[in-house]
Design a protein around this ligand. Structure first.
Ligand code: 3HC
Length: 286
């Protein structure tokens, strides 16, 4: 399991999976990205191509480097195409049953020495690993949104993760040019354990202090040095993703601040999901 990783599989090419695939091809890895339909695979490739082209336009990469990176990405709808990957990173929907079914399948079809990683935000890596016959090779690799821009990757050791699997993930994070923080498999790991209740507090303050989302964002960017305000950040992350993670943490820890504020739940129910749906706290594009 400690042979150098060269080929990485990414399952699920949504915002996070596509971002992870982009980071990996830019770092020189060969990537096999799996989506459920060819159209979704193409959409992810287009998204990555767009961001690589922007880097070339801005002189951050040469056109040849951008082309060479894109040539390292293969998309597929077949899970079996991941059979010869050294590391597979799962970034599908945040549902325990769907992820467990996927891990059981990956366990069957991947090489015995491949490391299996999950990008889950708030689910238990240990519970995912328990769906396999080889839980020692399962770890968490938690990237942050947007993955190409955010340096951190939490490398999560589940109850039965082997030292070799954790070391492999840490080595890959370094080769990706990212910053690793190793941690144990606790609800929310490090950042979300802090950020989720904090964002929930921000939303409660909207009503308590009777301020607009714009005013709250102005306060937090100018008064606390946040790179983007909490409402802008929630729109970026996705109101549905945040509510789901918040509910998952509340279920495990029962701290009142972890429960999603009713205002956010109502937004989720109304389809005001942020950038992905065109409307959240703010309106986004056409
Ligand atoms: N993917 C790839 N490339 C992207 C991108 C994306 N999603 N978004 C932007 N880029 C590229 C663009 O090409 C852009 O350049 P262009 O506009 O000239 O084309 C370039 O990156 C720079 O983009 P920005 O000008 O928007 O970059 P900023 O310097 O303004 O920084 C930021 C943006 C890094 C996102 C910064 O605002 C920030 O740090 N915000 C906080 C984000 C944060 O907290 N994320 C964590 C969320 S929590 C989480 O992920 C946990 C999960 O479990 C829920």
């Amino acid at each position: 399991m400690n042979a150098a990783v060269q080929r990485i599989g990414v399952v699920g090419l949504g915002a996070m999976g596509a971002g992870i695939a982009q980071v990996a091809i830019e770092a020189g890895f060969d990537v096999v990205g799996r989506e459920v339909s060819a159209e979704l695979g193409e959409a992810a490739r287009d998204r990555i191509e767009h961001f690589l082209a922007r880097k070339a336009e801005k002189g951050e990469r040469t056109r040849d480097e951008a082309d060479a990176a894109l040539a390292r990405l293969r998309t597929t709808v077949e899970l079996t195409d991941l059979a010869d990957c050294d590391l597979v990173i799962e970034a599908i929907v945040e549902e325990l049953a769907a992820k467990r079914a996927l891990f059981a399948e990956l366990d069957r079809l991947c090489r015995a020495d491949a490391v299996l990683a999950t990008n889950t935000s708030a689910l238990s890596v240990t519970e995912l690993a328990a769906a396999t016959r080889t839980p020692e090779r399962v770890v968490g690799m938690h990237f942050f949104n947007p993955a190409p821009l955010m340096p951190l990757v939490e490398v999560v050791r589940a109850e039965l993760s082997s030292d070799v699997a954790v070391a492999t993930a840490l080595e890959v994070v370094e080769r990706l040019g990212k910053v690793a923080v190793p941690c144990h498999d606790t609800p929310g790991f490090v950042v979300n354990r802090v950020l989720i209740p904090l964002l929930n507090d921000c939303v409660r303050v909207l009503d308590e202090a009777r301020v607009t989302p714009e005013a709250l964002d102005t306060a937090m960017t100018n008064g606390a040095g946040w790179p983007m305000g909490p409402c802008t950040l929630l729109d970026l992350v996705g109101i549905d993703v945040h509510v789901h993670a918040s509910e998952a943490l509340y279920e495990k820890l029962r701290e009142p601040r972890l429960a999603p504020p009713p205002r956010l739940v109502a937004m989720r129910n109304a389809g005001l999901l942020g950038r992905k749906s065109g409307r959240g706290f703010y309106s986004h594009g056409a």
